[in-house]
Structure formats: structure tokens, C-alpha cells
Design a protein around this ligand. Sequence first.
Ligand code: ZN
Length: 585
Amino acid sequence: MKGAKDVSKVREEIKRIALENAIKHDGKAQAKPVLGRLLGKNPNLRGKIREISSLVNEVIREINSLTLKQQIEIVQNLWPEMLLKEKEKIEEKKKLPPLPNVEKYKQIVTRFAPNPDCVLHIGSARAIILSHEYARMYNGRFILRFEDTDPRIKKTALEFYDLIREDLKWLGCTWDAEYIQSDRMEIYYKYAEELLEKGHAYVCICRREDFKEKVQRKEPCPCRDIPPKENISRWKDMLSGKYDEGKAVVRIKTDLNHPNPAIRDWPAFRIIDTKKHPHPRTGSRYRVWPLFAFANGIDDHLNGITHIIRGKEHLTNQRRQEFLYQYLGWKYPEAIHYGRLKITGVTLSKSKIVRAVEEGVYSGWDDPRLATFRALKRRGIMPEAIRQMMIDVGPRPADITLSWKNLYAYNRKILDPIANRYFFLEEPKRMIVNEVKRDFTVSMRLHPDDPKRGKRIFAVKNRDGQAYLLISSRDFNHLKAGSLVRLMELFNVKILSKNEDTISAEFHSEDYEEARRLNLALIHWLPAGEGIPCKVIMPDGSVVKGLAEKNLLQASVDQVVQFERFGFVRIDQMKEEVQTFFTHE
Ligand SMILES: [Zn+2]
């Protein structure tokens, strides 16, 4: 770089690339790809790599200190074509990789098998969406199976069956058949008896610690070799109530030398005192309950599941279930195990969620602090955003970490073209503009890219040379006497003085070009007396109060709109005051 002129040219180019990168990554540009793009386009700069790198870092620091909204505003002004290009790219939707061995099956059948012990949350999204999407992709069937055979620890509750059905419908994942495991107890019993009779399973009445000690040493417990006849009689005693809770379990014979102790003679049935812990659907009718690996394994076969798509934490269960399948002469379905998906800043422990809702820590299943589908819905997150994100993540085996920001980026792409724009002033303060020579009528589009949706009209009256306006307290706090600012689509003003709740300003000029030349900040405003009370419930549960423009009354409940320079919100209620939930910036 020879002269100052070259430096400023390169700087401009870095700024453009960095903004593009920042907008793609939710407001944070990354140095490496920016530098890479720059050098790719300008190979002559490679010799100056050190100077260029520090210039890149400097520009990125600047860009990253802006909000995403500000970044988009800059691009809209300087390089509007860049945003069009971004929009086109979004159109190319990603597809899932093919499933293995599809040709071996007449029809692909997948399933989602929740325990109805809580509403569904984002942690289940991957299993649901991938299973549903694959069934759709192959014109197959998607099955919903409630795995409700634990009345004691992961306690099923009646309300969750319907809530889960509603959650799935909201996600757009409708199912072709539904099973409830607590309806199928006799089926599990029948297979238990078959396995006991054939000597593939036994009733173990050892103390749990004694069994554990033996199995750790790869030794059989005394129950392992009792004859089938005696096993059947012990089994009948389990069913009739001769054994108390915890006193007998049915174990599947496996390989006592298996390297993983969890697989050695795993438990398939246990006794639960349903007088004390009644099942919400069957009460105390059954006291012998299948454990997850057993009921789940039996049903996957009986439901005709061809492809199981689940997390790799289920690999141990597959190893257990393979013994079962071998004894029953069944073929194990194709199983696709994806890596762990960590979502930062999200409480996904179902028992914690249930407890906190019961204790009133959260206002309900749709409390905005939760990551339940109900909460996401209430906040204005679109099911399509969740679906797209999960399809992009796909069934890859590597672990992956996502954050709220990733989900917001998907959602923003969906909302941006549909959400109408409105002004909302948080904790508004007054601005009195002097030297106003006439009345002003300002009209702004409901959506900047779609004139057909109509306009919002604001009338600013000249009252003896003064105009009375309101601005948000955030802008109010930033403005200093002597500075210039543009009131969006209205005019440019100079700040004269400021007291606790009023700014006194003076008309400076009208042209937008003038504001651009002077590099003025753009702020939103309302004519005094024209706002309607509106509150925004934030994702942390806090409430922001303010005034929204009266045009908002034409919107409807459930609609997601954008409060300019504030963020997207979903309209929740429209009564004497408008109540909204904050979606994201
Ligand atoms: Zn035993």
C-alpha cells in the first residue's frame, strides 16, 4: 500500500467483506474468512500480509461493535445489492443425506418415542424433525409412540399426552399411527414368558448390590441357571404381588464377559408399587413394568420401524436389544446415531422444568425463559426455523454446539420478509423541536420491500414554530447538546439542551442526503400524544414498557412484527394495552 488513498480503498473493501460476513454470522464477523476473501480477490496484497491483517482486525473490531441492525442499515445504504444476494442464497435449502439400505424395505418407517413426563422442548427437535423428515422424504410412515412405562421416576402425567400431540402438530410433524406403551403391557408380558421359557431370561431375586458385585467380576448370580419352570413360577409371583417393589427383576441373558458391564444380563422388568405410585392411565392394574430397553426394542420390531434415528447415547441400548432380537429371531432395524447436540444457555432437564413450573418459578409451559416449543411459539419463533436448523445439522455423528443465536438467525430469515415494521418507543421522553416552519406528513411503508402492504402515516403539526415529539429513552440518553441527529423520514435536528425528561432541539435540515453526508444517526420517533401503551416481555422474563405507534392496532394477535431499531416481537394480546413477546433482534 503506497499512499493514504490506497489504504482507504483497501479499508473500504475490508469493510464491505466484513459486513457481509457479520450479517451472515449474526452480527459477528470473523477475521480469517474476511482476510481470505480479501486476499483471494487481491493477490497483490499478499506481500503486505502483516499490515493487512492488522487492518482487517481493526475494521472487524469496529463492525462487531455495531448491532446487527446497524450493520444491515449500513449495507442497505451503501451496498443494497449485497442483501439481495444474501436472500437468494437462503432460497437454496439443504437436504438430508440419504438413509442407508432404503432399497431393502417396502416402505420406510420411522418413529418418535417420547416419555410423556414433560412438554417437548428444543432438545427433542432433532429426533422429531429428522425422523419425520426422512419418512416424508421416502414417502414412508412416521409413528408416534408414547413410552410411558415408568410410573415412578420419570413420572408420566396425563396432561402431557395431549400437550405433546399439540407440540408435534405445531412443528408440522403429523404422524401416521400412534401407540401408547401402557396399553401394550400384555404384549410385553407375552414376550417375557417366551424368553423365560426358552431360557434366554431369568428372574433375579438377588439384592441389587450382590448382583452388581458379581457381574462386575463377570460371574453369574445364583438365579442365572435355575430351570425355566422355576423362572415361570417366580414370574407368576412377581405378577401376583408376592415380591415387593425392588425384590425381583427379569434379566435378559447376555454375555457375562461383555466389555461393557451395562450390557451384562441387563434388567428387562421390575416391580413398581403402583398402590403408592399409580400410573396415570392404568392406575394400579399393573405392578410389573418393562424397562426402556425392553419395551422400546419390542415395539420397534412390532411397529415395523425400518430406520431408528437417535442420539449416540442409545448405542448401549442397541447392544442390549440385539440380544433380544437374536433370541426372538428378529432383524434389528437400521439405526443411525447422531452426535450430541449441545444448546448453550438452555435448561433441558425435564424434571427441573416440571418442578419449576409446579413451584411457580415459571409462569407456565410457555414461560419465555424456557426452551419448550410452547415458549418458542409464544415468542414468535417459527417452526420452520427449527426445522431448517435441524435439517442443516442433520444426522452427523460429530458432536455439535448451537446457541440461541443460531436459531435466531434461521428465524430472522423467515421473519424479515413477512414482519411489518412499526415504531415502538421504550420509556419515551419528550423532544421539542424549534424553528419548524410548516406541518409535515410522513408516510412509511409497512414493509420496506413490499409497497403493496400499504403505509403508515404520521402527521407532525407546527405549533407556533414548534413540533412536539417523543423518542425512546435509549436514544434520549445518548443524545448530547450540540449534536445532530436525523428523525427517520422526517428531518434533521440539532440538540440544544436536555433536562430529565425533555430534549430541546432545533430544526436543522430536511434532506436525507444531508444526514448521510454528515453521517448522522437515524432515530425513530412519534408525534406526541399518538402512541398506544405497549409492553414487551423479554426472554429473561423482564418487561419493557413503552408506546407503540397507533398503526399497530391494525395488526392482529399472533402476528410477528418488527419494532424498528428494537427487534421482532410477537403480538400476544391486544386489550387496553398491547402485550408482546420479544422474539430477537
Ligand atoms: Zn440373581
